[in-house]
Design a protein around this ligand. Structure first.
Ligand code: 9MC
Length: 240
């Protein structure tokens, strides 16, 4: 197939991000601190600053009943649903369709007082991965979003401060077949979701403000997004 100029970077980043997402939280010595918990959802962060700017890596793990990893990645990747679940989105543009599983986006996020408004340009790639731990287990699905440059959308040219991010959504479907051999239903499936993100806010913003934004927005985002997928899929055939 034709090699897009970004393909080598996409390959490398996906492998690297999936490997990191699969690593557990490790013991508390690893610097991960639990900062939000809601039922099956647990959110961890590491406090890190680059040039005095907060770039706290975030790792969230969640188990959601009744949906598959393919369905979670489909609704996260596909642009047509994004305004339904991404509440902080003010504008989203698909800049390029690199392939049917790889898009380039420009997004402007709503201004969060007192920080100035942010925008981001990133490629987004969705992929099914072989389940190398459990050969006949269900596949693993992932979406990786990674900031990139676009000559038509230079950073900090307009009113927005350009942010830089790397995001990995890794989903593992679990199937528990019913004892009595009846056909599989959504009651027999669940999805283990690992969401990792590192966001560089671009321009300076007070650490206390950024950490408050993340503490409020990330749990809200993951709960809202997973509830959206459950609602969208509940009366549809299971997409494995
Ligand atoms: O997973 S994605 O790729 C999904 C595609 O949309 C993603 C996730 C998060 C962001 C993002 C990046 C930076 C900020 C901050 C930084 C300083 C001021 C704005 C925010 C603010 C809007 C808050 C927020 C934080 C977490 C989750 C959602 N909303 C959000 C962008 C893309």
């Amino acid at each position: 197939a034709f090699q897009h100029r970004l393909w080598p970077e996409i390959e490398k980043t996906v492998k690297q991000q999936v490997a990191m997402a699969r690593m557990g939280i490790g013991d508390c010595g690893s610097g991960w601190q639990l900062f939000a918990e809601d039922g099956e959802m647990k959110m961890y962060r590491r406090e890190e600053e680059v040039d005095g700017m907060v770039v706290d890596p975030l790792k969230a793990v969640h188990v959601v009943k009744g949906i598959t990893g393919h369905e979670v990645c489909h609704y996260f990747f596909s642009p047509q649903y994004r305004y339904d679940w991404e509440t902080t989105l003010e504008q989203m543009t698909v800049l390029e369709t690199i392939s049917d599983d790889t898009l380039m986006f420009h997004q402007i996020h709503k201004r969060i007082w007192p920080a100035s408004q942010r925008d981001v340009v990133f490629w987004s790639h969705m992929r099914k991965l072989p389940n190398d731990q459990d050969r006949d287990g269900p596949d693993i699905w992932t979406v990786v979003n990674n900031s990139t440059e676009d000559p038509d959308h230079p950073a900090n040219a307009g009113k927005c401060v350009r942010i830089f991010l790397t995001v990995c959504l890794l989903c593992q479907t679990r199937v528990i077949p019913p004892k009595d051999g009846t056909p599989l239903s959504r009651d027999n499936i669940s999805c283990k979701i690992t969401y990792c993100s590192v966001v560089n806010p671009g321009g300076w913003a007070p650490a206390s403000v950024l950490r408050a934004v993340y503490k409020r927005e990330y749990p809200k985002f993951l709960k809202r997004f997973t509830a959206y997928v459950k609602n969208q899929t509940k009366s549809k055939p299971i997409m494995y």
